[in-house]
Design a binder for this molecule. Structure first.
Ligand code: ZN
Ligand code: ZN
Length: 547
């Protein structure tokens, strides 16, 4: 009896707390779901639209608010900087993630954006576990949500790529990424001492082996894929162990030569697998069900691997998006059921777009597309600098389209760094495919508000960026062969989806220019948190102010 009374009191006190909570004037959704698609152009919403289902991408398009002219506002457009910019509401100039990898002058080595040598693997293989957000120099919207709720809000980041999970989860959240050796999700000692039991249970299902037991065939008859190039062509890069880049893909057979369990990242089932992990996280952490606003940050890594290998004209890419759409529909249906329609807030964006395959462009009479031979360029640059300043190891690195000069040697020889920057910038202009070059000294000295100068400046970090920045001509890639990449400030790389859906969002769309750095400030206004501490973006008024 006594026990019952105590239980009754407990229930009552919980009930009154819940009442107090619902009576609060600061209203928030139960759950925020941030979705980043790794390598998605805005145009994929339209080109593949007719075969999307009602409940997936079309639901966002028709029932959400879409900024159709959303862009990255800096160079370079890569995965690490992209995820960091979405969640911090600022650009590499401030958040410090200036590439996926970049050169560190002080140590003459490269650093990886999510690398942390002081932490260790938890629940996965050692080599994949040295991961934390320590290189991220500003707070994220996920950090700020936790601060806004006395850290009662939970934040979970999930992605196959470690940087796609760790940067969005911020400094205060949990992050889980894929371990290609074990086939499961892992974390690092930055986050946990051991894997939570729900992650272990998820891993024990060994889902990846099941996916890799299948054959990847097109969802519809292959002759109905008419939005790009034919399946068999010379522009796409076949999987190892297969001569042609053509359907069907017998994964059981191909996995051995294509990374074993790691092959899941390169096929659409990687998205299905990521959704499964997201659902397990909601279930395992009871996200959105605890009387405090939680944040689930999901990044779909597979579209990027598929996109690099085949290019945006490929049937493989179209099929990936048709399948991702169905995975998202399943995800949203689950959220409707478990959290409640209108009770959760979703945004979807991408970390960058992608360029067309150079040889495909040429074959379509887009003959101005081309390939910059960076090896020859650097060899000739070396010779030029050697002739002008005497022999020496003058060029320390060429990464992310930036030349890093050997500043130590420059000062040792008592030369002017600015003069050398300018000489190198002028020299590089002679190469085909090089459109513009800028020097660090100018980016530090002046404020640029338009054009590539502006985009470079937003990506330029005074402490860590290079000395001379190279802008290629449109539709050019460095060392292009089969497949493609991204990284420029051209619209094919910058124009990505920015769409909000669900709690507090009125349907609509706008063609006003907006940037991905506006996403976090928009969330700050909607969730009533502080702005992330480095935020430079602005809230999207069309979304925040709609009543
Ligand atoms: Zn990416
Ligand atoms: Zn990529």
């Amino acid at each position: 009896m006594k026990r019952l009374i105590i239980l009754g009191c407990l229930l009552f006190s919980q009930f009154s707390f819940a009442q107090e909570y619902s009576a609060r004037e600061v209203e928030r959704p139960k759950l925020v779901v941030g979705i980043v698609v790794d390598q998605m152009r805005q145009e994929y919403f339209y080109r593949f639209h007719d075969r999307y289902v009602e409940g997936g991408l079309k639901r966002l398009m028709h029932d959400g608010f879409m900024m159709q002219n959303g862009h990255y506002n800096y160079i370079p457009t890569y995965t690490g900087p992209g995820h960091a910019s979405v969640y911090t509401g600022t650009t590499p100039a401030t958040h410090g993630i200036i590439g996926n990898n970049w050169y560190i002058r002080a140590t003459d080595t490269d650093v990886y954006c999510a690398e942390d040598s002081l932490v260790t693997a938890v629940g996965g293989s050692e080599g994949n576990g040295k991961i934390s957000p320590k290189n991220l120099l500003s707070s994220t919207i996920t950090d700020e949500l936790r601060f806004a709720t006395g850290k009662r809000s939970k934040v979970v980041g999930v992605a196959i790529k470690d940087r796609g999970a760790a940067l969005p989860a911020g400094h205060l959240g949990d992050a889980y990424w894929y371990d290609s050796k074990t086939g499961g999700f892992m974390t690092s000692s930055y986050y946990h001492e051991e894997l939570p039991s729900w992650v272990e249970e998820f891993n024990n299902k060994k889902l990846v082996s099941k996916y890799l037991d299948q054959t990847w065939e097109t969802l519809f008859p292959i002759e109905t894929y008419i939005q790009g190039a034919a399946d068999d062509n010379e522009f796409e890069s076949p999987f190892k162990g297969k001569d042609r880049p053509t359907f069907p893909y017998d994964l059981k057979k191909l996995q051995k030569d294509n990374g074993g369990l790691g092959m899941i990242s390169s096929i659409p089932f990687g998205n299905t697998f990521t959704v499964e992990m997201a659902l397990a996280a909601i279930e395992g952490e009871q996200l959105g069900k605890r009387g405090e606003t939680d944040f689930l940050a999901v990044s779909f890594s597979s579209p990027d691997y598929i996109g690099h290998r085949f290019g945006p004209q490929a049937i493989e890419v179209e099929d990936n998006y048709l399948r991702l759409d169905r995975d998202l529909a399943r995800f949203f249906d689950y959220l409707d059921r478990e959290i409640g329609k209108g009770e959760y807030l979703v945004f979807l964006t991408a970390d960058h777009g992608v360029a067309d395959v150079v040889n495909y462009m040429k074959s379509e009479r887009m003959v101005t597309s081309g390939s910059l031979d960076s090896k020859t360029m650097l060899t000739e640059l070396d010779a030029f600098v050697g002739q002008k300043y005497g022999s020496g190891d003058w060029i320390s690195s060429f990464s992310n389209q930036q030349i890093f000069l050997n500043r130590e040697l420059v000062s040792e020889k008592d030369l002017s760094l600015v003069e050398m920057q300018r000489a190198v910038a002028d020299f590089l202009l002679r190469f085909d495919g090089v459109k513009e070059t800028y020097i660090a000294d100018d980016l530090r000295r002046y404020e640029y508000t338009t054009g590539f100068k502006h985009l470079l400046q937003m990506g330029y970090n005074h402490k860590s960026s290079g000395d001379v920045m190279v802008i290629m001509e449109p539709a050019w890639l460095a060392n292009a062969s089969k497949g493609t990449t991204h990284g420029t400030g051209y619209t094919y790389d910058t124009n990505v989806p920015i769409v909000f859906y669900g709690w507090g969002v009125k349907p609509g769309s706008s063609s006003r220019y907006a940037t991905v750095t506006d996403i976090a400030p928009t969330l700050s206004m909607m969730l009533k948190t502080r702005l992330p501490n480095g935020a430079t973006g602005q809230p999207i008024g069309e979304i925040v102010d709609a009543k």
